[in-house]
Design a protein around this ligand. Structure first.
Ligand SMILES: Cc1cc2nc3c(=O)[nH]c(=O)nc-3n(C[C@H](O)[C@H](O)[C@H](O)COP(=O)(O)OP(=O)(O)OC[C@H]3O[C@@H](n4cnc5c(N)ncnc54)[C@H](O)[C@@H]3O)c2cc1C
Length: 493
């Protein structure tokens, strides 16, 4: 049986997933990664005794990770441990107005009743519908390659589509059930992960509320990077060869096929199949000659990108009070910040922000007696990014953090690194410096997303958060699986 050489570009969740699935089925897989460590947006770095996860910090949808490892006869626990966080997270609505979101469903229901008396049965119905959407959405729809409408035309699926609330906005859907502003904020928060406001996200994505409230928030001790380490170990067990510091500069196409890939260093790799897990826009516009691109510059300019972010990785020389592992600072209204991200792109006047303190759960990510603090402000992509602006926003959110939690933090920072648009561009070749890929709006869902297959180069495929099924760690894992299935279907060994 002839061996087929697959080159996978990029070692993010999607590239790792695609590479491992293909190696498992007997393809010879080489993974080319620009950076010197794996994980893409989910890399980590160590500094002065602190271990910082650079990107994702929320471990949601544990079943998706379990399914991933089960494809290879493995369990998640073969590679890393998991703990369920309780509280799942804290929402800061204002001074002395902190709400811990309990992991237990009964306690969560009681909390909602305290915001809106009598809301219990409505919450039950909301979650029942969300559970159904999760079942159909995450266990079926997201695994479809979305290359043709025909994939979605079975009578059962059409009926499901109606029940899935594709054509209603999330914000309308939530308001049908709830009137309390606090509950609405809580129910609308998870879709922010999908790169748009609730007004522009289909109500299908109340499945995220099921993930949040029913399935819970988990954490792998050691950090989110433990998932990447586990995936790399599994990939190596399957025979994937990793090449780091291997930035691809060009995909050579001959007779309608990608025949080789050339690195910036000049090294050349022959290919039978290429799976590009780097940002789709970068692959199209920088690695391929214009005649082989799927999409024009105008097409890309019209895409709604998910936000970028301003991040701070901070080492604190003391333990912090009044914070949990995950903390959402919703003490300012969402409207103006959302407007600054999606409608009139600018640095927001009064930003909402997120603080993660993993050292509260995990003593291994900070030296004893110290705290690992990660701050995130979601921002519009493609904004001007300067040191002065970063510092200005550091001071804005630090003032709020100190005031709301009632402590001095700034004077206890012993390590500080910032990260924003320019870093996303230089580290990951991210289009407009995006952090989370392409937004999951209705017009950018399923077959309306950039296709996972190149239409002019027969053996070139795409995976990752700019193609199907969308942004986030679980979708990226699924994206790698979906593309691997397409490769197998079209290039059977
Ligand atoms: C700050 C932040 C917080 C997030 N929080 C969460 C969260 O809490 N939960 C969640 O589920 N999701 C979260 N996400 C989203 C999630 O991290 C991403 O959706 C996911 O990691 C994307 O994986 P990917 O494989 O598509 O892309 P990437 O991780 O970007 O992988 C692409 C890889 O391609 C490489 N590459 C690029 N160009 C080249 C080239 N020319 N040659 C070779 N290699 C190249 C890059 O270096 C990179 O390693 C977050 C993202 C960010 C940035």
């Amino acid at each position: 049986m002839a061996q087929m050489n697959v080159l996978v570009i990029g070692s993010g969740f999607a590239g790792l997933s695609a590479a491992t699935h293909l190696a498992h089925l007997g393809y010879q897989v080489t993974l080319l990664e620009k950076n010197s460590t794996p994980g893409g947006r989910a890399r980590k770095f160590d500094a002065e005794g602190f271990v910082f996860d650079m990107g994702p910090s929320w471990y949601w949808m544990p079943d998706v990770f379990d399914t991933y490892f089960s494809h290879f006869g493995k369990k998640t626990s073969d590679y890393y441990d998991l703990v369920r966080l309780d509280p799942s997270y804290t929402v800061v609505f204002g001074e002395n107005d902190f709400v811990d979101i309990p992991a237990d469903l009964g306690q969560f229901r009681d909390l909602m009743e305290s915001f809106e008396p009598g809301v219990g049965p409505k919450l039950d119905e909301f979650l029942k519908q969300a559970a159904y959407k999760y079942k159909v959405g995450i266990q079926d729809l997201v695994y479809r390659p979305s290359r043709s409408l025909m994939e979605f035309t079975s009578p059962k699926l059409l009926l499901d589509m109606v029940r899935m609330d594709i054509f209603q906005s999330m914000s309308k859907h939530v308001r049908k059930f709830f009137t309390s502003e606090k509950i609405i904020r809580l129910m609308e928060f998870p879709v922010l992960f999908l790169g748009e406001t609730a007004a522009n996200i289909p109500a299908l994505y109340s499945l995220m509320n099921y993930a949040d409230i029913a399935l819970g928030t988990w954490y792998p001790p050691g950090g989110m990077h433990k998932i990447i380490e586990g995936m790399v170990t599994l990939a190596e067990e399957k025979g994937v060869k990793f090449k780091y510091d291997a930035e691809v500069s060009h995909i050579n196409v001959k007779n309608g096929k990608a025949e080789s890939v050339v690195l910036v260093s000049g090294e050349k790799f022959e290919a039978d199949i290429v799976v590009a897990g780097a940002d789709y826009h970068h692959v199209e516009t920088k690695l391929l000659a214009p005649e082989y691109r799927n999409y024009s510059d105008e097409y890309w300019d019209k895409r709604v990108m998910a936000p970028s972010s301003l991040l701070f990785y901070l080492g604190v020389d003391k333990k912090l009070n009044n914070l949990q592992h995950h903390n959402l600072f919703f003490d300012e209204p969402l409207g103006p910040h959302a407007d600054a991200i999606y409608t009139n792109p600018r640095w927001p006047e009064k930003p909402l922000f997120y603080a993660s303190v993993p050292s509260i759960t995990d003593p291994t990510v900070a030296p004893e007696g110290k705290e690992n603090l990660f701050l995130l402000v979601p921002l519009a992509p493609d904004l001007e990014d300067t040191e002065e602006l970063r510092e200005k926003y550091y001071n804005i959110i630090m003032d709020r953090l100190e005031k709301l939690t009632g402590q001095d933090v700034r004077n206890h920072i012993i390590y500080k690194r910032s990260y924003a648009h320019n870093d996303f561009k230089s580290d990951y070749n991210a289009f407009k410096g995006n952090a989370y890929g392409l937004a999951n709006t209705l017009l950018q869902t399923a077959i309306l997303k950039p296709s996972l297959k190149n239409k002019k180069v027969a053996n070139l495929y795409y995976t990752g958060q700019l193609t199907v099924p969308g942004p986030g760690v679980p979708p990226s894992l699924i994206s790698g699986h979906v593309v691997a299935k397409e490769v197998i279907k079209e290039n059977n060994l």
